[in-house]
Write a protein that binds this ligand. Structure first.
Ligand code: S3P
Length: 170
């Protein structure tokens, strides 16, 4: 069974790159944020505002366990590694790819994105986002087998870099 997992901060392009990569490798895309909304039957901002972040993380962890049984490209949410059990689970996976961007790139992407799935980004200023990125960075690195720098690259370029890296790494 082929499963490729994309991790990285909000705005790193996990969903858009995941879609392209899925097309190139003929694998379905599984988006954790969508699966969370389906499971909770409400939007991510509603989960946060009505039940709080802890409840969101609980659902997210359940969804992670569910998607780790699937074949395909798995686009995780940027905060999935805030739960230590999730770090352990992803460390055991064999094809985890970290889409690494600098703060400037990430903020540019977050601002362009029309989806309303990021209450943590909406309520944070640049310095707070930077702190969050610095806190999360070690865990993205820890679970990943391959790191791809996304700065200055198009979706197609990032996708090709992943395909090349996967070939070299296997
Ligand atoms: C989050 C990232 C979001 C979404 C939720 C929380 C985070 O996913 O899961 O808003 O804590 O970084 P994306 O990384 O797809 O934006």
């Amino acid at each position: 069974m082929k499963r490729i997992i994309l991790v990285g901060f909000m705005g790193s392009g996990k969903s858009t790159v995941g879609k392209k990569l899925g097309e190139r490798l003929a694998l379905p895309l599984v988006e954790m944020d969508l699966e969370i909304e389906k499971k909770a039957n409400m939007t991510i901002p509603t989960i946060f505002s009505q039940f709080g972040e802890d409840k969101f993380r609980e659902i997210e962890s359940d969804v992670l366990r569910m998607v780790l049984g699937k074949e395909g490209i798995i686009a995780t949410g940027g905060g999935v590694l805030t739960q230590k059990d999730n770090v352990k689970l992803l460390e055991r996976e064999t094809s985890v790819i970290y889409l690494k961007g600098n703060l400037e790139t990430l903020i540019k992407h977050i601002q362009k994105d029309k989806r309303q799935t990021r209450p943590l980004a909406n309520n944070a200023n640049q310095e707070e986002l930077n702190q969050l990125l610095l806190t999360r960075e070690p865990d993205y690195q820890k679970v990943s087998d391959i790191t791809i720098s996304i700065d200055g690259k198009s979706i197609n370029e990032i996708t090709e870099c992943i395909i090349m890296a996967l070939k070299e790494w296997k």
